[in-house]
Design a protein around this ligand. Structure first.
Ligand code: F6P
Length: 365
């Protein structure tokens, strides 16, 4: 590798898993070994493995035959923040900064650079390590597609495909039984999965966190369909959607997680409310973690491979502390410091919202 200092790298996968993680690990490791003769280490279970010093050499064999496999061979963890690691001290829980310990674990193995594959939480920590002088490169992962700085993250296409296939199946049974079916999809505070799967499945109502809905408008819309002889309706609701003036539905709080809020339950709430107001038969379906599993789509496999390869190429060129991104169809990178602490939500004027409205879809407003 031209950038003289780098002889050995480590790779980790942080946050919630998603399809395509293994494709990135494979691309990173094979490019590093084949093209630059680097030594590659794998950190187990994200930043938790770095904190607990669980790091092993990644062999060529270990990353063979994993391109199509969902999940991550390295394991992941969404609750370990190395800069504020929550641990029990006596009877209290305290947040400790273990970042120096993590850097030490890398240095003790002569690891020169760290490739962090993850979403916004992982990139915020990666930015922190970059600030401390560690050579870091980020790769944008998440089914939510909410990572700032990139037009798309790998994992998103597979999640949208899975959600669309599920909604298509719900469509036929909704039609047979003349029901209002409310399908809840993931996405945290962004409505990308709901918007894309809703449009792709021709859903009647799409509810996004970015567009607070009015219950009366939804009821009016499904009743109107009923009166016109369309005796069923499909509503796709993002887990983070909320009524105008209302609050998101929280499933639980994971207190030791950097982002403790786990959303979920809005579909059931809506089913009860719409049933009460319209007397139509309503059913709620929560797709949940199915959206994070399975083999990545060809699009995600190629995107993940390009991202992984680019991460090594950028390191070779001397780029430091950046996130690999896809912007307007081109691979490039952006400083992690510009990404940290931000998310990318659906803009109100997004072309898909306009197209959906034009074909008669309601956003509950
Ligand atoms: O960020 C990915 C994601 O699947 C979100 O869509 C969802 O809100 C969250 O993770 C669920 O987290 P957990 O797996 O911890 O329940």
């Amino acid at each position: 590798m031209k950038a003289k200092s780098i002889k050995s790298i480590a790779v980790m996968t942080g946050g919630g898993d998603c399809p395509g993680l293994n494709a990135v690990i494979r691309a990173v490791t094979k490019t590093a070994i084949n093209k630059y003769g680097l030594e590659v280490w794998g950190i187990e279970d994200g930043f938790l493995g770095l904190i607990e010093d669980r790091i092993h050499i990644l062999s060529y064999d270990e990353v063979s035959n994993i391109l199509t496999v969902g999940g991550t061979i390295l394991g992941s963890c969404s609750v370990a923040n190395p800069f504020a690691y929550k641990m029990k001290v006596g009877k209290t829980v305290q947040a400790k900064d273990l970042s120096d310990k993590c850097i030490k674990a890398l240095k003790s193995r002569n690891i020169d650079a760290l490739i962090c594959i993850g979403g916004d939480g992982t990139m915020t920590s990666a930015a922190g390590f970059a600030k401390k002088g560690l050579i870091v490169m980020g790769v944008p992962k998440t089914i939510d597609n909410d990572l700032y700085g990139t037009d798309i993250t790998f994992g998103f296409d597979t999640a949208v495909t899975t959600a669309t296939e599920a909604i298509d199946k719900v469509h036929t049974t909704a039609s047979s039984h003349h029901r209002v079916m409310i399908v809840e999809v993931m996405g945290r505070y962004a409505g990308w999965i709901a918007l894309h799967s809703g449009v792709a499945s021709g859903s009647d109502v799409i509810l996004l966190p970015e567009i607070p809905y009015r219950l009366d408008k939804i009821c009016e819309f499904v009743l109107g369909r009923s009166k016109r002889g369309k005796r069923f309706s499909i509503i796709v609701v993002a887990e983070g959607a909320k009524e105008k003036g209302g609050r998101m539905v929280v499933k639980k709080k994971v207190t030791h997680s950097p982002d403790p809020i786990r959303l979920g339950g809005i579909a059931n709430v809506l089913a009860g409310q719409i049933r009460k107001r319209t007397s139509l038969e309503c059913r709620a379906i929560v797709l949940g973690h199915i959206q994070r599993g399975g083999t990545p789509t060809p699009f995600d496999r190629t995107l993940a491979t390009s991202f992984g390869n680019m991460a090594i190429e950028l390191l070779a060129k001397g780029v430091r502390g950046h996130l690999v991104v896809l912007k307007e169809g081109k691979l490039s990178s952006i400083a992690l410091s510009r990404v940290a602490g931000k998310i990318k939500t659906v803009p109100r004027n997004h072309h898909l919202i306009q197209a959906a409205i034009a074909v008669g879809t309601s956003f509950g407003i």
